[in-house]
Design a protein around this ligand. Structure first.
Ligand code: CUA
Length: 340
């Protein structure tokens, strides 16, 4: 199955979307196994219900038309035997069709749910995604600790392979939702759930926390990047590397600011003494597309604005404002920008 399997109504809808917005999350333009199953079910429900609605309205119009044409009789309760028989039969057929339609839709819904709930348990890539206020921790599990990769707010997956997501929450209930790829899944503190993600087409898919989780719920975005296998392996190999030590003096100064101004108390940069797990792992932060869970694009300007005053961008976020001189800010931005 490939992404070209867009349902005709969805294709028509896509024509209404401006070309630049092709990456909008779209439940009706599925690019993943679960999303495809949900979209198929949606179209079947829509078509069956639309057909029933049209038939009911036609029946109603017919009844009104016939009532108008009927002559006034002296006794309105005196029925015509033949007409009553036909009406009774029609009602019987309608009831039978309703029962058949309801049972068929229920069975269909059950099988769709079952296929979505079937989590791949074998040798697939396993990714642990933890919802925090207000960012996503992403850990690529591996039996060998040195092969574990941690990132944040960006999930890279190979195309065409089922990937098992282990979903957790650390503080409050969040909901993991990448509309083009699969349905929503609630993340409940103290409970582990899972979701199998199978992406059919390489690309970048936007996701969003779909359960109100506090002040910055709207800025709890994430990105799924689906690569061909070779490209994914290259990404993973790059992520496995420790951060390269800063070569120039500005970045060296920036590393010192990072180590003395408290950044290391929450963040980890593999290859340095910073190893805290409270906030996003920054080993390769500059390789990500966005900053602060999708709130800002990854640019030098965004980095400077975010580090200078996170509370101005995401009020209530756990990242505090740290007093830095302009020189210190410039240095630490250069250091973080070099963490590719
Ligand atoms: Cu997390 Cu809304």
């Amino acid at each position: 199955m490939t992404g070209s399997r867009i349902r005709p109504p969805a294709a028509a809808l896509m024509m209404l979307v401006p070309a630049g917005c092709a990456e909008l999350p779209a439940t009706l333009v599925p690019r993943g196994g679960d999303a495809q199953a949900i979209a198929d079910l949606f179209w079947i429900f829509l078509l069956v219900c639309a057909l029933v609605w049209v038939l009911v309205v036609l029946g109603l119009l017919l009844a009104l038309w016939r009532r108008r044409g009927a002559e006034e009789t002296a006794d309105p309760l005196a029925g015509h035997d033949r007409a009553t028989r036909i009406a009774g039969r029609a009602v019987g057929i309608a009831v039978a069709l309703t029962v058949v339609a309801l049972v068929a839709l229920t069975v269909l819904s059950y099988f769709t749910n079952r296929s979505i709930a079937n989590v791949a348990r074998d040798e697939h890539l396993k990714i642990r995604v933890t919802g925090h206020q207000w960012w996503w921790e992403v850990v690529y599990d591996d039996p060998k600790p040195e092969r574990q990769v941690a990132t944040a707010n960006e999930i890279h997956v190979p195309v065409g392979e089922p990937v098992e997501l282990e979903l957790l929450a650390s503080d409050v209930i969040h909901s993991f939702w990448v509309p083009s790829l699969a349905g929503k899944k609630d993340l409940i503190p103290g409970r582990q759930t899972s979701q199998t993600l199978e992406v059919h087409k390489a690309g970048i898919y936007r996701g969003q926390c779909a359960e109100f989780c506090g002040l910055q719920h709207a800025f709890m975005g994430l990105t799924v990047v689906a690569h061909e296998r070779a490209e994914f392996d290259a990404w993973q190999a790059a992520q496995l590397k420790a951060a390269a030590p800063p070569a120039d003096t500005l970045r060296q100064q920036g590393e010192r600011v990072f180590q003395t101004k408290g950044c290391f108390l929450c963040h980890a940069v593999r290859g340095t003494t910073a190893a805290a797990k409270v906030a996003p792992d920054l080993t390769h932060v500059a390789s990500r597309r966005t900053l602060a869970a999708g709130a800002l694009p990854m640019t030098r300007g965004s980095l400077a604005a975010w580090i200078a005053d996170p509370q101005a961008i995401k009020p209530g976020s756990k990242m505090p404002r740290v007093d830095l001189s302009p020189d210190e800010l410039e240095a630490v931005v250069a250091y973080v920008e070099g963490l590719t």
